[in-house]
Structures are given as C-alpha cells and as structure tokens.
Design a binder for this molecule. Structure first.
Ligand code: PMP
Length: 372
C-alpha cells in the first residue's frame, strides 16, 4: 500500500470511526453504555412485528414506498398524542435513526460557507455531521451545571448567524433539559437575520423528562424555523430497527426530500416501525419505571459523595475521577460496561433494570476505593 492510499479527504485522515466500545455479553453481561431501553418488546409485539415483516417479504423484489406515506401518517398520529397536537403527515419526516435525520438536515441546510452551532459538552456526533457536510462547526459553552446561559447563547447565535442550531433536550451526555423559553429565545434569534437559521431541538430522550418541562413539539405552531427530532431507539425500545423522525414546517420536510437517497427507508424498516407504533403504549410502558430508577441512581450516587448532573434522560453523568479510565476499566473487569464520555473526569451510566443497576452499584463500590 503506497503512502497516501486510499486518497481519503484530508480532514478525515487519522480519524477513528465514532462508536462506543462494543463488548460481547460474555465479556460484559451488564451493558449500560449506549442508553438503550433494557426492556425488549413483549412476545406479542415481537410476533406482530415478525408478521408485518413477513408480509413485506413477499414483495421485496419491489422498491418500498419512497414517500413512506403510511408511516408518516402513523407517526403524525403518534406525535399528535405526545405533545405535538395538530401534526399532519406533511410535517413529518423519518430516516434510519435520528442520526440520519440530522445528517440530512445538515445536507440540506448546512454546507460550505454555512455554520452549524451547539453548546458543549454535547452529543459528539454533531461535529461529525458538520464535518461530513463541509459545514463550519461552532461550539459555544454550557455553564458549570451544564445549563445554557440564555443571554450568552443568544449573543453567539446573533454573532455567528448559524444555518442550523443543534439543541439536544435532554442533552447527551449531561442529561440537561432545556426550558421552553430557551427554545423560544433561540428560535427568535435565528429568525432575525437573513436567510435565517433552523433550530433543531433533538429530543432523542424527550420522553424521559421529569415533570414540568414540556416538549418543544408544543412550540411548533409558534416558530416556523423550529424542528423537533425524535427517535424510536430509546424510550420506544426499538434501537435495532433504526427509525428516527422529525416534526417541522412542511416546507422543511419537502426540502429534505431533495437530499435523501431514493428509497432510504426499506420496506422492512417501514413495516417494523408501523407494527411497533401499533404497540406504542406497551413499548413505552417502562418509561416511568426507568425514570424512577434514574432518580434512585442519582440519589444513590450523591449519597456516595459523587458529583452528579441533574438528569432528565435515561442516563446519569457522574464524577469526578482523577483517572476515569481506571474506574471504567474496573467496572468492565466486574462485568459492567458504562461509557467513558463527557468532560474529563466524568463517566456516564445508562439506566438499566433494577438488577443491572444493583450490579453497577456493587461494581462501583468495589472499584472506587482501589482507584482513588
Ligand atoms: N441524539 C442524541 C442526543 C443521541 O444521544 C443519540 C443516540 N446516542 C441520537 C440522537 C441518535 O440516535 P438514533 O440514531 O438511534 O435515533
């Protein structure tokens, strides 16, 4: 192989592909590292999904419905009942995970000469969408408690005039939810310059919010430049199916159609998602249990004397460790896989079943005296 082969784009050279370490169940029986829902579908839901996929299988010689009308209609009905009242199928777009939805947003609305902006620490895929679409990446900062200082955030938007502002709520990896006034203020700021910017509120973990913070879906009728992205990967317990979606002005959905690949949602994906939506109450049925387990985990970690970020998500960021890698490794050695991510010194644990959380607590107690 000659030097310089393959002829990779300069800015991609030497870069590791994004992704948490994937260990087998034998290596780490307790997997609390990628914010999955630990509860799989019931046998009835799984059978219904299998039946739907079986029906799709007999016509796999044909391309699927490119506009996925049936799925958009079912998603609109679901969004309508979960905070986004008045959502129509024309206001819905979907792709293979909300990662793909956001990449498509940057493909359509970012690009050379344009800016995408967020506030660190935040989801580490955002700068990758920017890089892959040749969009300039600008990261402002969060306060010590990981909240947004609204005046500073607004000033940065007015100064840098981004085409896309990415606002996760709750934020990953900190778990911090955004108050509605933050969304309103930044939507107004991004509408105040020409040609204006989109404000994308990434609600991948939206269903886990604590009481009192409404979904940004409720603000859609008031802001034409607001986009709310969601996923079936987390609360919906369907990470393996790869289905993310957004709700926004129909003109935004229409624009994304220009950049999407034809037939990007396979017939199998569409059938799976439609069947899962028919089981929505059941698949979402464990959200309250997971929120309670999350709150108990936060309380326990604080009792142990750790610093813990308030969490509205299905994970908890805690620290601080002089050598977080040693703590992470100590947990892995005891069969518990968590995530080494976020600001230096912090670790993130996803909320699992009560048994999994008991294993996490035990492993942490056993590990920490040996590493501090
Ligand atoms: N947004 C945030 C904040 C996330 O943490 C994730 C997954 N880790 C995603 C979006 C993407 O999830 P998916 O592609 O499975 O919908």
């Amino acid at each position: 192989m000659s030097a310089g082969f393959p002829p990779l784009r300069h800015e991609l050279q030497g870069i590791e592909p994004y992704g948490a370490p994937q260990l087998s169940r034998e290596q780490a029986p307790v997997q609390l590292n990628v914010n999955e829902n630990p509860y799989g579908p019931s046998p009835e839901a799984a059978a219904d999904i299998a039946r739907a996929v079986g029906e799709a299988a007999v016509s796999l010689n044909r391309y699927p419905d490119r506009e996925f009308v049936e799925l958009r209609t079912a998603l609109a009905a679901y969004i309508d009942t979960s905070g986004g009242s008045g959502t129509t199928p024309e206001m819905v777009w979907a792709a293979n995970g909300s990662n793909e939805v956001m990449l498509q947003l940057l493909q359509a609305f970012g690009g050379p000469g344009r800016v995408a902006l967020s506030f660190a620490p935040t989801y580490s895929m955002y700068p990758e969408y920017a890089r892959d679409t040749m969009t300039e990446w600008v990261a402002g900062h969060r306060a010590e408690d990981f909240s947004l200082d609204l005046d500073t955030a607004r000033e940065l938007v007015l100064e840098r005039r981004p085409s896309v502002v990415l606002l996760p709520s709750p934020n990953n990896p900190t778990g911090t939810a955004l108050p509605p006034e933050a969304v309103t203020m930044l939507c107004e700021a991004a509408a105040s310059y020409e040609p204006g910017g989109l404000v994308v509120v990434d609600e991948a973990y939206g269903e886990f919010r604590r009481a009192g913070t409404p979904s940004a879906l409720e603000l859609l009728p008031r802001h034409r430049n607001l986009v709310v992205t969601r996923t079936m990967s987390k609360a919906f317990a369907l990470a393996g199916a790869r289905l993310g979606y957004l709700a926004a002005d129909p003109a935004i959905c229409d624009a994304i159609r220009v950049v999407r690949l034809p037939y990007h949602l396979s017939a199998v994906t569409q059938a799976t998602a439609l069947a899962a939506l028919r089981h929505a109450p059941e698949l979402l049925g464990r959200v309250d249990d997971l929120r309670a387990e999350r709150d108990a985990t936060v309380a326990w970690l604080r009792e142990q004397g750790f610093e813990v970020a308030d969490s509205d998500a299905n994970f908890v960021l805690f620290g601080r460790f002089a050598d977080r890698h040693a703590v992470w490794q100590g947990l892995v050695d005891r069969g518990v896989l968590i995530r080494e991510t976020g600001p230096d010194g912090w670790l993130r644990v996803s909320v699992g079943t009560p048994d999994e959380m008991a294993a996490f607590r035990q492993a942490l107690v056993d590990t920490v005296p040996q590493t501090s």
